[in-house]
Design a protein around this ligand. Structure first.
Ligand code: ATP
Ligand code: MG
Length: 174
């Protein structure tokens, strides 16, 4: 899977619609402290279905919505769109939108889907919200310090095997 573009609106500090192209190869994000580098990575995780407050540095789900500043009012929704080419070269567009107090909705190529469907889209692609391809601050140290079983999980994800486990759990109805 190749990510092509990330579009954000009302997500954390990205209050105005913003668009970023993601070129093939390794992408680094640089900028001054507090400019939104980690928020970008969290937007990628969020659109792929991440809900963990720790991964998103949030208290509640609505905390990803622009909270307002002294100059600007808060927003009522946040939306992130990820454009990608799937492993077999098909165009893929995943959208997640959250309305304040009303929860999240997902779309894949314009069609309403369940969160579970989005998880399956990314499960086989060595991507997903916990992908080792997304290297955040402190991640390198975490790999080094991981227990052997944890490190094995990271390697299985990197190898694209983790998706098999997700599909098996889905098939078993768990
Ligand atoms: P550093 O170099 O320190 O790691 P960074 O570039 O990773 O910084 P981020 O942590 O991505 O920066 O962005 C932090 C900024 O995002 C803060 O100014 C914070 O107030 C703002 N922010 C986070 N959540 C929201 C929100 N819901 N509404 C408005 N602003 C937000
Ligand atoms: Mg950061």
């Amino acid at each position: 899977m190749q990510f092509r573009k990330l579009k954000l609106s009302g997500f954390k500090s990205f209050v105005e619609p913003a668009e970023l192209r993601i070129e093939p190869g390794l992408t680094g994000v640089v900028g001054p402290n507090g400019c939104g580098k980690s928020n970008l990575l969290e937007a990628i995780r969020w659109v792929m279905g991440e809900n963990s407050p720790k991964s998103l540095r949030s208290g509640g789900m609505d905390d990803v919505i622009f909270a307002g500043t002294a100059q600007r009012p808060q927003r009522d929704f946040a939306e992130v769109v990820l454009d990608a080419y799937s492993a077999d070269g098909e165009e893929l567009q995943v959208t997640r939108r959250i309305e304040r107090g009303a929860g999240s909705a997902y779309r894949v190529n314009g069609r309403d889907v369940r969160a579970k469907d989005v998880a399956l889209v990314f499960a086989d692609a060595a991507t997903g919200a916990h992908s080792p391809a997304l290297v955040s601050q402190g991640k390198i140290a975490a790999v080094i310090a991981a227990k052997p079983t944890e490190r094995r999980m990271m390697l299985e994800e990197a190898a694209g095997i983790a998706g098999l486990h997700v599909r098996r759990r889905d098939a078993e109805g768990k």
